[in-house]
Design a protein around this ligand. Structure first.
Ligand code: FNR
Ligand code: 8K6
Length: 347
């Protein structure tokens, strides 16, 4: 039974969602060459406005945060104006939309932003090449100085202000999937010996500084955070990582954010050092609204909610294949199966 999915959910005094199905953030690489969102993207998002909340594709906060072609930005007036068309289309269709704020850290490539260093927590690179542009191999990053970290925090906050100017209902800070914030949260990428490394408190400092700076700008009720306590993508796990997330999640309990969202492709994965599923681990510590994701159907998502494993479910790939996902699920209609070839086009 999926009826429970179609009941409203109050995130806080500012935001109530009309149902419990979120559109997961999905990078589509379809912005124009100035990283401005297009009319086609506006129509694509508006077709999905009957989800309780759309999380936008990851959107870079500044030029050196880019690691993939044609990912949209939120740092120029043109980009803000482009997003304004999207938020207006979504609102006119009765929906709500958060912007996902992104800096890829060591996954960035100067091919996209010209001169300048690739920044990360430490000077530890990753093997391999840029997805979708295999001729570009990953660069060895430079450890950001404390001044550069302060500037990054400021730039996240500015991007959040820009998101509000563009008409978004809030932002989700992308702290997951091996990108910049996640690079501070895992020992495999963070070997600093200053106040941003070495202990759980220090390793969580950058994430909390970003959360607090963004919340100061736009209000904590409009801020969400996506996290990957289980390393699975562009990151190696370490048993000590758990203590970092234990500390971070306890700190977040006092922040009154809109929600925390698991960053994972498949939530049936288990992690020994987390004692099982990433979602169950986060649920055991974090007391606010939790969004589950990763391989769920409407049925398994509703079951997980009935079992109190999380409060809202985000749907990714099926949402690419079915612009009318919510309608189909509500009416027990068959879903179109997702295939990777569907990434070529915005349906
Ligand atoms: C993703 N995912 C993702 N996650 C994120 O935080 N920001 C992003 O921009 C993207 N982009 C993205 C693109 C594509 C093509 C895929 C398939 C996935 C991960 C996504 O939000 C979600 O966690 C996974 O897709 C798992 O959910 P489903 O697809 O099993 O419902
Ligand atoms: C977050 C940015 C994503 C950019 C495009 C990604 C395209 C992903 C296509 C799905 C591939 C899934 C790979 C998942 C890795 C999990 C390893 C266990």
């Amino acid at each position: 039974m999926t009826d429970a999915l179609f009941t409203p959910y109050k995130l806080n005094n500012s935001i109530t969602l009309s149902n419990r199905i979120l559109m997961a953030p999905l990078t589509r690489c379809m912005a124009d060459d100035k990283l401005v969102p297009t009319e086609e993207m506006a129509a694509y998002y508006a077709r999905r406005a009957d989800t309780g909340l759309i999380i936008s594709e990851a959107t870079i906060i500044r030029p050196d945060g880019q690691g993939y072609p044609n990912t949209p930005g939120l740092f120029t007036d043109e980009q803000i104006a482009g997003w304004k068309k999207i938020t207006t289309s979504v609102h006119n269709a009765g929906g709500k939309i958060f912007a996902q704020l992104w800096h890829v850290g060591r996954v960035a490539h100067p091919y996209f932003f010209g001169e300048g260093d690739v920044l990360s927590a430490s000077s530890i690179g990753i093997e391999g090449s840029v997805p979708r542009m295999r001729e570009l191999t990953f660069q060895t990053p430079r450890a950001a100085s404390t001044e550069e970290i302060a500037q990054l925090v400021t730039d996240y906050a500015q991007a959040a202000s820009n998101a509000m100017a563009a008409g978004f209902d809030g932002v989700e800070i992308h702290g997951a999937n091996g990108y910049l914030i996640d690079q501070f949260l895992h020992y495999a990428a963070n070997q600093r010996d200053d106040k941003y490394g070495g202990t759980p408190e220090n390793m969580a400092r950058f994430a909390l500084e970003v959360v607090d700076a963004v919340a100061d700008k736009i209000g904590a009720d409009r801020v969400a955070l996506r996290l990957s306590p289980g390393a699975y993508f562009l990151m190696q796990s370490h048993n000590d990582d758990r203590a970092v997330f234990d500390y971070l999640l306890r700190e977040l309990n006092s922040r009154d954010l809109a929600f925390v969202h698991i960053g994972i492709f498949d939530d049936s994965m288990t992690f020994d050092y987390l004692g099982g599923h990433a979602s169950d681990y986060v649920r055991s510590i974090y007391t606010g609204t939790l969004v589950g994701v990763g391989g769920y159907t409407a049925e398994t998502g509703a079951k997980a909610m009935a079992d109190d494993r999380f409060d809202l479910v985000a749907i990714g790939r099926p949402m690419i294949a079915n612009p009318d996902y919510v309608h189909r699920v509500k009416n027990n209609e068959t879903l179109v199966a997702y295939e990777e070839g569907m990434l070529q086009e915005l349906v």
